[in-house]
Each structure stands twice: as C-alpha cells, then as structure tokens.
Design a protein around this ligand. Structure first.
Ligand SMILES: Cc1cc2nc3c(=O)[nH]c(=O)nc-3n(C[C@H](O)[C@H](O)[C@H](O)COP(=O)(O)OP(=O)(O)OC[C@H]3O[C@@H](n4cnc5c(N)ncnc54)[C@H](O)[C@@H]3O)c2cc1C
Length: 548
C-alpha cells in the first residue's frame, strides 16, 4: 500500500529521534513522519524510576537482544536490551544524566569532524536541559529535559563519597559543569521523582502539530533507493507493508543496533556481509556495523550492616510501603532512582592526563549483576536475584574502551535480531584499566568513610587478590552498561559511515542521527549525548533545507 509523501521520514522514536521529530516539525513548514516499532507505552513501570527492574525482566517495552557467546567473557552470551516504545531507550534506561567528557568531544573533532568540538556542542547541551542549580555558563535552565540531583543524604552514599575522597578522588559539585572529574551525587532526567524521557519531553508536545504524523507498531523494513538517492522506505504494520516517500530526506534514528541493520537491509554496507545475508549490494560501505563499543560493567559486591538498601527494603512490606510513600509524596528515595545514587569519575593512575574510569554505587547486591532477573519468581526481590542479606555493589567501567565489536544482519528480514559481537576485553588497554578500576573500588572500600558500613566483600571476595583473579572476575561476571555506540561511525576516512553532517557517505537524502554515529565512546553514559546528537542533527538538517 502507498501512503502520501513527507518531507522527512524519521525511523525510531528514541533519545535522538524524538528530538528530530520535535525540531523539524516546529516551524510548520515541513511534513514529518516518525515511525516507531514499539508502542505509545503509558505503562506505570516506565513512569516510576525504580520500575526499570520490571521493564527489563519482561518483553513489553524492550528488544531482548543478546551478544554472541564469547570466550573472552567466559563463553557467555550477554543480554543487551534496547528500548522499544515512544522514547526508545530513554523510556527504559537508568535515567543517569551525564553529558560527556568535553575532551572526548574535542577528540571527535580532531578525528576530522568539524563542528563537533566541545565549544560547538556546549550550546546544544545547554538548550536540551533544564537544571536550575548549575553554573549558567555551562548548564541549561529552560530546555525540555528536566534534571534533578539525588537529594537524599543516606549513610551509604555519604560513605561512598567520603571513601572516594579519602582514596584521593576530588569532590565535584556538578560533573556536568566546568569539571567532569570527581565524586558526587548523581543527576537524573526525572521530575518530582517521575521518569521524564524524550517521548514525554520532546515528542508529546509536538504530537499536537498537524504536520507531524507518528506511527507506532511500525517496523521499518528497508530504505528505498533510486540510484544513489534515498527516496522513501517500506514499513510493516499489522502484517501489511506500506511504502512512503520522502521528498527531502530519510533520517535513521533506530539506535546502534538497528540503524546499521537498516542500512544493510537496504543494500548499504560491506558487500561480503550483504551477499552472505542474501541482500543485493546497492553501495559498498565497509564500515557499516563495525566499530561497536560498549562499557563493560563489572561490580564488586559487599554485605553491609545498613538496613537501607533494596535487598532489605524489597523483602519487607513495611519498608516497601515507606519507600513508596516517600517517593509518592516527596519524589525522593530509592524509588526515584534505578538504584544508583553516586559516582566517581577518576584516574586509575595519577600519571594519566585525564580520568579513565568510572565507579558507581548501587544500593543493591545481586548474583546476576544486571537487571535481567528471573521471570516467574514470586517476589520482585527474587525475580531480580537480590542477595538475601543487606548488600550493595560498586560497579566500574573503563571510560574509553578500545575493544571493538560489530553488528551485522544474518538475513534479509528486519524482524530477525542481528548478530552482535561485543568483543569485550579484547584490547590490552581495557584489560589493564578494568583491573585498575576494581583495585580502586577496593581502595575506596577500605577507607574509613565507607569501611565502617562494610561487613565483608562478597563478590569476588578477598581471596581474589591477584590481577589475574580480578580479570577472571571481570570475564566471568561483566555485563553491558547498555551503552553501545559507534556502528555508523562519523568521519572522513574510507571506513566511516557518515560525514560530519551525518550524511551517509555516497548516498543522497539519507542521514544517521543517533548513538551509532559516535566515533569513539563519549566517556560517559550515552543518553544525554544521544539527545545532543538529535539536537545537532536537527540544526544540520534545517540549515541544509534553507540552503546554507
Ligand atoms: C536498560 C538501559 C539502561 C540505560 N541506562 C542509561 C542511563 O542511566 N544513562 C544514560 O545516559 N544512558 C543509559 N542508557 C543508554 C541510553 O539510553 C542510550 O544510549 C540512548 O537512549 C540511545 O539513543 P538512540 O537515539 O541512539 O536510540 P534509542 O533510544 O534506542 O532509539 C531507537 C528507537 O528506534 C526504534 N527502532 C529500532 N528499529 C526500528 C525499525 N526497524 N523501525 C522502527 N523503529 C525502530 C526502537 O524501538 C527505539 O525506540 C541505557 C540504556 C538501556 C537500554
């Protein structure tokens, strides 16, 4: 079936796609279609920050991807969820708001990407957020994303912050301000204790506009090409295929797994990969799906005397009710978070020119070390696999991983999950850094500020004292931090996929605008940077429409 023409067709209503839908439809001049495979999900567990555990156990709002089994992580296949709803991964994520290391943005620019340095990007970081406490030279005060700092001063968070300082990590008031490095309470994209994602903040207000059409439950199958020009696409909804035409551009915002998947399904990618999958080659672009990077998250577990962590609260009806009331009436407490309350951005060695590791306090401890859980168990504590004693964990990762993996299609079907090779811990730098980060956590835990709250280290336990034992722990238990990036890398070289204006090399009328364009890991969590990419992309698209 054929539908009418649009000026712009956006694929994916995630962190970046919702921004583009808003900005491109704002003037009323352009007809915009936004296609989202998920639903307009007004599910309670999306609204409540602590609902992330429920979301990730189920299927309703996520794609349940998994990596290929890999000997470097003990032969495991790792669960890699991505958001599938209006809001995309911003509707299901941990809400931790970290805007990026400015030095890494400067590095992007130095790689041949003019306009992406920290001073060019700062205005976008400011215009997307609303944070009233920060320095106005760095922080936005009236943007769509409402930002809150963790308000409670509980003993465990304080202990972590003190311990980190005693271990030599400086305190930082606002890591999204003039200095990135340091230990502090976390900031979240929440408002009065409720999750506020890009679907809420950017898309919903724009949905009133007559020139924006949003189709949910619409799985894009492939982009249509006439010669070297993208002219529209085919999507499937309710078992039927629809063809839509784009007068100006098709904008892929399907995220780091599915944007490269869609390019390959459209015949744009490495010719060998396409031929193996039975897809006709329209344009040989060997970098598509390569350069995949993620933060491998490794935790140390601890038992504590404090009865304030989720391990205790979720097993006590009284404490659960108190936590619920505190959240409902004050917008505070652990229910207003995904369990993480504070973090330290630090250098694993004082000789380094800038921070290379992040450590984060999670007010729970569990065997599985990620929110994957067991479906069917009776209580949420059991489903999450929480330890039966009061516990917490400190997770860490290497900020700028050098290990690179890939995402490629297996066949010609958009509904078939692509093959994801994370290739964690393949680069020597990452191996060295993760071991140093685990040692740094132990150093923090041994300081009086935090040590007073620790009964014992439970995972991997003090017997694991050599570098090899710590590396074994990382390989056996490390999980995704949910930060895949880089699979449609921006750059000017032969293996880059898009240029600095996010246009696919060699194809007209087609851009990729999401986390997949990041050339290297932005050295932080990836939601705010993905929203920034949506903001910057919208200016690039509108400038080109105006002819400059
Ligand atoms: C569980 C989890 C926790 C996280 N925690 C944090 C955190 O605390 N802080 C942080 O900064 N970052 C976090 N992240 C990462 C962050 O949310 C992502 O990096 C960011 O949302 C990526 O944005 P994006 O626009 O690239 O893609 P997404 O937001 O993933 O959007 C892609 C959209 O495209 C849709 N789509 C895909 N394929 C198709 C198709 N063929 N047709 C139509 N639609 C399609 C998807 O359904 C999705 O809605 C987390 C992510 C997850 C999954």
């Amino acid at each position: 079936m054929t539908s009418p023409e649009y000026d712009y067709i956006i694929v994916g209503a995630g962190s970046a796609g919702c921004v583009l839908a808003n900005r491109l439809s704002a003037s009323g001049e352009h007809r915009v279609l936004l296609l989202e495979a998920g639903e307009d999900d007004r599910w309670m567990w999306i609204k409540i920050p602590a609902g992330i555990a429920h979301i990730l156990i189920g299927e309703r709002a996520i794609w349940r991807f998994a990596t290929e089994p890999d000997e470097k992580v003990g032969g495991r296949s790792i669960f890699w969820p991505r958001g599938r709803a209006l809001g995309g991964s911003s509707a299901v994520n941990g809400m931790i708001w970290v805007r990026s290391d400015p030095l890494e943005l400067d590095h992007w620019e130095s790689l041949g990407n003019p306009g992406w340095g920290s001073s060019d990007i700062l205005p976008y970081l400011k215009r997307m957020e609303s944070f009233t406490q920060g320095d106005p030279a760095y922080r936005g005060h009236d943007g769509p994303m409402h930002i809150t700092r963790y308000k409670d001063r509980d003993a465990l968070s304080q202990g972590f912050i003190q311990g980190a300082q005693q271990a030599g990590v400086p305190a930082v008031e606002d890591y999204n301000g003039p200095r990135f490095e340091g230990v502090s309470y976390l900031q979240y994209n929440t408002k009065r204790g409720w999750r506020r994602h890009t679907g809420d903040n950017y898309l919903r207000p724009a949905m009133r506009r007559a020139n924006l059409k949003v189709e949910t439950g619409a799985l894009t199958q492939r982009v249509l090409l006439e010669g070297r020009r993208a002219t529209g696409l085919v999507y499937r909804k309710g078992g039927q295929d629809f063809t839509v035409k784009a007068r100006r551009e098709v904008l892929l915002c399907a995220g780091s797994i599915q944007s490269p998947q869609l390019l390959e399904l459209s015949g744009i990618g490495n010719a060998d990969v396409l031929k193996r999958a039975g897809v006709n080659v329209a344009h040989h672009l060997p970098g598509v799906g390569e350069n995949l990077r993620d933060h491998l998250h490794v935790r140390l577990g601890f038992e504590t005397q404090l009865n304030i962590t989720l391990n205790t609260i979720l097993r006590s009806p009284l404490l659960k009710a108190k936590m619920g009331a505190r959240w409902l009436f004050l917008g505070r407490g652990l229910m207003s978070t995904s369990s993480a309350t504070s973090m330290a951005i630090a250098r694993s060695s004082p000789d380094l020119p800038r921070p290379d590791i992040k450590m984060q306090l999670h007010q729970l401890s569990m065997a599985s070390s990620h929110y994957g859980g067991r479906e069917g168990a009776r209580s949420i504590a059991e489903r999450m696999g929480l330890d039966p004693y009061p516990g917490f964990s400190i997770g860490c990762y290497c900020l700028r991983p050098e290990s690179q993996g890939s995402v490629h299609i297996r066949g010609a079907d958009a509904a078939e999950p692509p093959e994801i090779r994370a290739n964690y811990l393949s680069a020597e730098h990452d191996i060295r850094t993760i071991v140093a980060a685990l040692r740094m956590i132990r150093k923090i835990a041994a300081q009086p500020g935090l040590a007073q709250h620790i009964v014992r280290e439970t995972r991997p336990g003090p017997a694991a004292s050599s570098d090899d034992a710590l590396l074994d722990h990382a390989r056996a238990t490390g999980q995704t931090s949910y930060h895949p990036i880089g699979t449609c890398r921006m750059g000017a070289d032969a293996r880059a996929v898009v240029d600095a204006r996010l246009k696919v090399h060699g194809i007209d009328g087609l851009r990729v605008c999401d986390a997949s364009i990041m050339p290297t890991m932005v050295a932080s969590n990836t939601n705010a940077p993905s929203i920034m990419i949506g903001e910057k992309a919208s200016d690039l698209v509108l400038a080109d429409a105006r002819g400059h």
